[in-house]
Design a protein around this ligand. Structure first.
Ligand code: ATP
Length: 676
């Protein structure tokens, strides 16, 4: 017992064994994290807190982790709060008895709704003290809010937020919060509002939470035996949890299993399985075929066509295999008329796309071989022209409705092109080589033209052969090639990783920085001349997953047709906010401000001639020495990426990598004395 005490510092002393985890305790930890940017320190705070949860109230570990991650459930559950700024302001006003105009003017001055809530709360006297908030109570309350929909749901949501707000900070509500001095401190109202806004602003990346969780569980397990964990034990636990989570990204499954069986053999009880979508493996961009050859020198590799559609992960369990995966029925759907068993299609973000592609699900039986009993398939859905029997551009696919599609109303037909298989007949395949996985894949299905096919590939070896294949892929209406490691351990499937073992070569790689960028629209400028009724230019940003901040990267006004500008004016006008969110990093110079700011919602694909440094933008500014950010020169709008969320936008570190590559090439060009 003594050892347990000495290894776990208690960040919150007033909570006793068996009590629900006090929300105030979590907020105390958040406020400690908020005061530092040091990753190790953040991890230590999280881990100490989680150790306390494990000792006192382990049954609350799951909601604690979810609140730390600003997530109410796994992505595939499709639960989103979807609460705009105006609703939050209304709730802050109503719960604190302050008028909306006062809240708005505070927001203008302070710029952070969380702090506005903390300030409103501290001014409020309370006659009757409600019961203090608990982590499980807040989690449930927020979940209820997320599920409210339909007529009158907005008012219902405001009332439910009020209820939570009224119970926030009950033990400290008479203290005046000095927001200029302590960032609002551990105020529960502040963190509640930030959760509702979708960003806790703690720089608490999921990676860090996973490490802290592993450390806490290892320390707790070892401490129960009266010992202190060794470095090896901590590293082993961390590796175990990371691997298991990448293959089975569901805290709902992993946390109960870990509490029951411990962390060290987690992989035995938590395996990749149909029903839990995993984050797909991603590719690194390249600028030239020689770059590909340099990377794969002396290794076996293969070149596949890069189809231009939407990433899809198809999960399937046949009726015979259903008893092996009892939980699959929670996420996969039944359709006894068309296919027997369970199936679903998930997006790259693990959202359920089954209602978007019922036409694919209805045809499953036509291409699944009878010997195939269960699988997880990695593929691309592509718009298909049945008359000319060819692939159509991505834009065609995007004209399909996203929800509640009826097969009889489908006008844009799709074909599935499969390129990888992650699970087959009861067995995870991710550790196998790509050659082995591909062989299993090609034996599991019967291709049907226009409905299901395998990604075309060739085993080109030198520049000329690769160039030839690239030309062929373009003729077949593809975007270019995906070059993949074929043998050895390196060719295993790496979920959620942008890996050097997959390289993409796009057809137009020579005229640009190697790849287009996917950027988030943060603001806009009113149009002039012909564009007076719409926005004429937009402010775009990249995403920094480490700090959880959108960093501006360029203004863009080229590549838009009038029809597109009209459409964007309409949809963006609905998400105008009064001032930039505190998690936007942008220029503070007065003349550089856009006329309007938006909620972070839309992702656009943009091409650029090259990258340059500029004091006006903030992308990768820290990596570039703190003075200039990276910016795009002559950016051009290509298309909307409705399949991506703002957090899937090109990362600032990817932009920094592109910039560094460009600089190396420029230097090499100069030193070799190449003239034009
Ligand atoms: P992009 O904007 O180029 O599609 P991305 O960020 O969506 O990029 P990347 O990993 O950079 O994803 O590029 C790979 C994408 O290409 C995959 O996500 C997938 O949707 C698509 N794709 C098409 N054909 C293949 C293939 N044969 N193998 C792997 N991915 C493929």
């Amino acid at each position: 017992q003594a050892t347990i005490k000495s290894t776990a510092r208690d960040p919150y002393p007033d909570w006793k064994a068996g009590d629900p985890v006090p929300y105030a305790a979590l907020c105390t930890t958040f406020s400690l994290i908020e005061l530092t940017t040091k990753r190790l320190q953040i991890t230590a705070y999280c881990s100490a807190f989680l150790q306390q949860v494990l000792r006192l109230t382990p049954q609350d570990l799951l909601p604690t982790i979810q609140l730390m991650l600003n997530k109410l459930a796994a992505d595939y559950a499709g639960i989103e709060l979807g609460i705009g700024e105006s609703l939050i302001m209304k709730a802050i006003g109503e719960s604190s008895g302050r008028s909306l105009s006062v809240i708005k003017s505070d927001h203008q001055k302070i710029g952070d709704l969380g702090l506005v809530a903390a300030k409103s709360k501290s001014k409020q006297g309370q006659m009757f003290k409600p019961k203090p908030l608990s982590v499980r109570g807040v989690h449930q309350g927020l979940l209820d809010i997320a599920k409210m929909e339909g007529h009158g749901s907005q008012d219902q949501k405001v009332r439910a937020i009020n209820k939570l707000m009224a119970a926030a900070d009950v033990s400290s509500s008479n203290k005046t919060v000095d927001i200029t001095k302590d960032k609002g401190g551990p105020s529960e109202a502040k963190f509640l509002v930030r959760f509702l806004e979708g960003k806790l602003r703690l720089g608490l990346a999921e990676k860090t939470v996973i490490i802290a969780l592993a450390q806490a569980v290892v320390t707790h397990e070892v401490a129960v035996k009266g010992k202190v964990p060794s470095t090896e034990q901590l590293a082993k636990g961390e590796a175990e949890l990371k691997t298991v989570y990448s293959e089975l990204p569901s805290y709902e499954v992993i946390i109960p299993a870990m509490l029951e069986h411990g962390i060290f053999n987690l992989h035995e009880s938590c395996k990749l399985q149909p029903g839990v979508p995993l984050k797909p493996m991603l590719a690194k961009p390249t600028k030239s075929i020689t770059e590909v050859l340099d990377r794969f020198e002396g290794k076996n590799f293969t070149c596949e066509y890069k189809y231009d559609g939407e990433r899809a992960q198809i999960h399937y369990v046949s009726p015979e295999a259903m008893s092996e995966f009892p939980a699959a029925a929670n996420t996969l759907s039944k359709d006894p008329k068309h296919f027997k068993g369970l199936a679903a299609i998930f997006s790259r973000n693990s959202e359920d796309l089954s209602k978007k592609y019922p036409d694919i699900l209805e045809k499953l039986n036509a291409w699944i071989k009878p010997s195939t009993k269960s699988f997880v398939l990695d593929c691309e859905t592509v718009a298909w022209d049945p008359q000319n029997k060819k692939v159509l551009p991505f834009q065609q696919l995007m004209t399909r409705k996203r929800k509640d599609v009826k097969t009889s109303e489908v006008t844009v037909k799709v074909c599935v092109f499969a390129f990888d298989m992650l699970f087959y007949n009861g067995e995870p395949l991710v550790k196998k080589t790509f050659r082995e996985r591909r062989e299993l894949l090609h034996n599991a299905f019967d291709p049907v033209e226009g409905e299901f096919g395998y990604a075309q590939y060739g085993d080109a070896k030198d520049i000329d052969e690769i160039q030839h294949l690239l030309d062929d892929s373009v003729k077949a209406s593809c975007e270019g090639l995906m070059v993949k490691m074929l043998d050895t351990e390196e060719s295993g499937y790496e979920p959620s990783k942008r890996s050097r073992n997959w390289l993409k070569v796009k057809k137009d790689y020579l005229n640009g920085v190697g790849d287009s960028l996917d950027l988030v629209v943060l603001g806009a400028y009113h149009g002039r001349g012909k564009r007076t009724s719409w926005f004429g230019a937009f402010l775009l940003a990249s995403w920094n997953p480490e700090t959880q901040i959108f960093e501006t990267v360029c203004n863009i006004g080229t590549g838009f047709s009038e029809a597109v500008l009209e459409e964007f004016h309409k949809e963006l006008s609905e998400i105008i906010i009064e001032r930039p969110k505190p998690f936007y990093s942008h220029s503070s110079v007065k003349n550089d401000q856009p006329d309007v700011w938006f909620e972070p919602r839309f992702v656009w694909e943009v091409k650029t001639a090259d990258l340059t440094l500029s004091p006006r933008y903030r992308a990768a500014i820290d990596e570039m020495g703190g003075k200039n950010g990276i910016s795009l020169r002559f950016p051009r709008f290509i298309q909307k990426r409705e399949d991506k969320k703002p957090e899937d936008a090109t990362t600032t570190s990817a932009i920094a990598e592109m910039y560094r590559k460009q600089e190396v090439i420029a230097k090499e060009g100069k030193s070799k004395g190449v003239d034009d």
